[in-house]
Design a protein around this ligand. Structure first.
Ligand code: ADP
Ligand code: MG
Length: 694
């Protein structure tokens, strides 16, 4: 197989555009893409037609505006290209209007009260900076989704807005450093994706996986991840066939799938693409997750993207590697080798440090979901406390700047930003501190709190906006400075001093860190119910309005959607548990009990020993009874939950009341699993599932 030949073959990319479009049209479209602006309507018709011809040639019959509503997954409604002719035949047509704007019924997507269901109209608008592609015979046009009132109903529009404001503010800073050539600053993201791969038959046999994406029952298997023999271990044949197939599919879609390996838990794997511009990375990550599921099913496998499919076994995350890059190819988080470059790097770095210290709540809540609550703080992912890792070397530079003392890497005197050169910073310090939620890794930050199912749009909206806001304040101050270098130095030293409490290079899993963080005044928002309400804090609404990313109404509606989602997910999980407990486990254990009883009876008649039978019968019947009543308790709580007024109170109720009840129910069931004969247990166990793929 020739990878360069298949790469991007299903994408209407620059090369295809150049081939298929008249020169002038291509030039205009290219400009639109480079500058991230809206499409010139006069060329839309030509572009649409070329796109359609190309797609039809490749066997496509339909097109869809592919968008990302607040559900966290993508949405598509397919229309065929057919248009009837007078002689009763059809021709394939696609107009400029159909390319640029799509009508969509917005009423059935979550909107958090932004729009009443009777105003059903919404529309989708092409984002020309993300290429159209063909998926299963359909031309997919990446779009934004808005209501006719202009309210944003998706994850893409605010992401583009946050990128725009960061561009605007970063350019102001670059101009201060005398850079006149850069025209655009993009944020870039490489999202490392973790997932589990299990046999499809195991999936089908577990209602909890089918309904909720994770196991709600399951005792710990004799072997889990304790031998640490899976991470980077040899890849099994069936898995490797899947991975190969997946790579090819992704390459055809123009996704730079690069690294694949086994992860820590049995059946767990990771795929990392090469980074790209954030909105494209976001689209591609959605596409990647979808493709993983599809390819898995071709191999008789099921791909679990849930962030915590198995208790007691590491869950799956998504590492969001983030940086800022210029159109001239400069990574703004790359420490340079001249004084000016170092000064500029330090200013951008300080902007991130300030941003994270001022808005840790936003970062935390951008990764809040019922599933991710199981990971954060569970010693397998960062805690719910946001902090920054900068490493030893950079830590010492920061410290010497803050304290105005000599830096050890310098022979003498205090280092002056903008005047002196840093000693060479080690690029890839081997100690990457895997426990840190937000780690500087040489030339980018790695935000490690995302759950594996997350759309990366939400977290990146936060990062872009808060960093843009720091840059805005820096530019405001420095633009008025008489002596730029002196002002730069003072600003960086002052801001680092003010925000250095957010820097933590130690072990984030250690219990002492929680205490220390509390002393430093850093928030520890453990659950969704704790984190999400902060979205609408006054300072946060002001931030989003100032940067034109969200209006107050949009913030409130998004918060509401996330809170409701939390309660809905937990309702589904609770109902599934009750059903499995009552319809599957309870009768199964009873059946086993009756076999035990008759065996004991027969043995007794024959003068055999029955002490163990009695003990087991006692134990199982007690646990089964307790489980039955625990299920009843959950049912009652779900009725009570309806009394909670508002999304926040409801989320609180689920966190405080329903989750503990679910844990109680599970404990009885898992205990019984350990004591019930295999042939009676109604579904595959952890051991069966986790080692199902050979
Ligand atoms: P790991 O975190 O597993 O050690 P790497 O350091 O190889 O992995 O990189 C992780 C991801 O970071 C990759 O997707 C890579 O493309 C991405 N990355 C590298 N440079 C940048 C950058 N400047 N901006 C965004 N992502 C980047
Ligand atoms: Mg990583």
């Amino acid at each position: 197989m020739k990878v360069p030949e298949i790469f991007g073959e299903n994408v209407f990319n620059l090369q295809v555009m150049q081939e298929k479009l008249p020169k002038e049209v291509f030039k205009s479209l290219k400009k639109t893409i480079d500058e991230g602006r809206a499409l010139d309507p006069t060329i839309a018709g030509v572009v649409a037609n070329a796109m359609k011809d190309w797609a039809v040639e490749k066997g496509a019959t339909h097109y869809t505006h592919w968008f990302q509503p607040m559900t966290g997954i993508t949405a598509e409604k397919h229309d065929s290209f057919i248009s009837p002719t007078k002689d009763g035949k059809v021709i394939m047509e696609f107009s400029g209007k159909e390319l640029v704007i799509g009508e969509s019924d917005a009423s059935s997507f979550p909107n958090g009260g932004v729009r009443a269901t009777f105003e059903a109209r919404g529309y989708t608008a092409w984002d020309p900076t993300s290429f159209a592609f063909i998926k299963d015979g359909t031309l997919c046009i990446p779009t934004a989704f808005l209501s006719y009132g202009g309210e944003v109903l998706d994850k893409k529009t605010p992401l583009l807005k946050s990128m725009a404001v960061l561009n605007e503010q970063a350019l102001r800073i670059l101009r201060l450093f005398g850079n006149k050539t850069v025209r655009h600053v993009h944020t870039t993201v490489g999202a490392e994706q973790e997932y589990f791969l299990i046999d499809r038959k195991m999936y089908d046999a577990r209602k909890d996986l089918v309904f909720s994406g994770r196991t709600l029952f399951g005792a710990k298997p004799p072997k889990g991840q304790e031998l640490e023999d899976h991470y980077f271990g040899p890849i099994k044949l069936r898995v490797s066939a899947f991975m190969r197939d997946l790579d090819v599919e992704l390459w055809k879609l123009g996704i730079l799938a690069k690294t694949k390996h086994n992860e820590v838990a049995p059946s767990q794997h990771e795929l990392a693409p090469i980074f790209t511009v954030t909105n494209v990375a976001s689209d591609q990550n959605q596409l990647m997750m979808e493709t993983m599921k599809k390819v898995a099913s071709r191999h008789g496998l099921y791909c679990l993207l849930h962030e915590k499919p198995f208790a007691g076994v590491n869950g799956s995350g998504k590492h969001n590697n983030w940086s800022m890059s210029t159109d001239t190819g400069l990574n703004l988080l790359d420490p340079g080798s001249t004084p000016a470059e170092n000064g500029q790097f330090m200013l951008f770095l300080t902007a991130v440090i300030k941003a994270v210290d001022e808005y840790p709540d936003l970062l935390r809540l951008s990764v809040a979901s019922a599933g991710n609550d199981h990971r954060l703080g569970g010693n397998e992912a960062p805690p719910a406390i946001v902090s920054i890792f900068v490493g030893e070397e950079l830590g010492e530079i920061i410290d010497s700047l803050v304290r105005g003392v000599q830096y050890k890497g310098r022979k003498k005197g205090v280092m002056k930003l903008g005047v002196d050169t840093f000693p060479e910073l080690p690029k890839d310090t081997t100690d990457r501190n895997r426990t840190s939620p937000f780690a500087f890794t040489g030339n980018k930050f790695e935000f490690r709190m995302l759950g594996s199912t997350f759309s990366i749009a939400g977290p990146n909206i936060m990062i872009n906006t808060i960093v843009a806001d720091s840059l805005r304040q820096f530019a405001d101050e420095l633009e008025g400075a008489k002596d730029f270098n002196a002002a730069l130095h003072d600003l960086v030293a002052r801001e680092l001093k003010a925000h250095k409490r957010i820097i933590f290079n130690g072990n984030n899993y250690a219990p002492e860190w929680a205490e220390e963080a509390e002393k430093r005044g850093l928030p520890n928002l453990r659950t969704c119910a704790d984190a999400l309400p902060h979205f609408a804090d006054k300072k946060n609404i002001e931030l989003f309005e100032r940067n034109k990313v969200f209006t107050e109404r949009e913030v409130r509606s998004r918060m509401e959607i996330m809170l409701e989602n939390y309660s809905k997910v937990l309702t589904i999980e609770a109902l599934t548990m009750v059903e499995m407990a009552k319809k599957d486990i309870y009768p199964a254990v009873n059946e086993y009990l009756s076999e035990l009883c008759s065996a004991a009876q027969s043995k007794e008649q024959m003068g055999g020993n029955t002490k163990s039978d009695r003990e087991l019968i006692q134990k199982l019947s007690a646990d089964n009874e307790a489980m039955y009543f625990a299920a009843g308790e959950i049912e009652k709580l779900l009725v009570d939950a309806k009394e909670a007024v508002g999304a926040e109170a409801s989320a609180r109720f689920f966190a405080d009341k329903v989750i503990p009840a679910m844990q109680r129910l599970r404990a009885y069931a898992d205990e019984m699993e350990l004591n019930t004969a295999k042939k009676y247990w109604p579904f595959p166990t952890y051991g069966d599932i986790l080692f199902s793929v050979s």
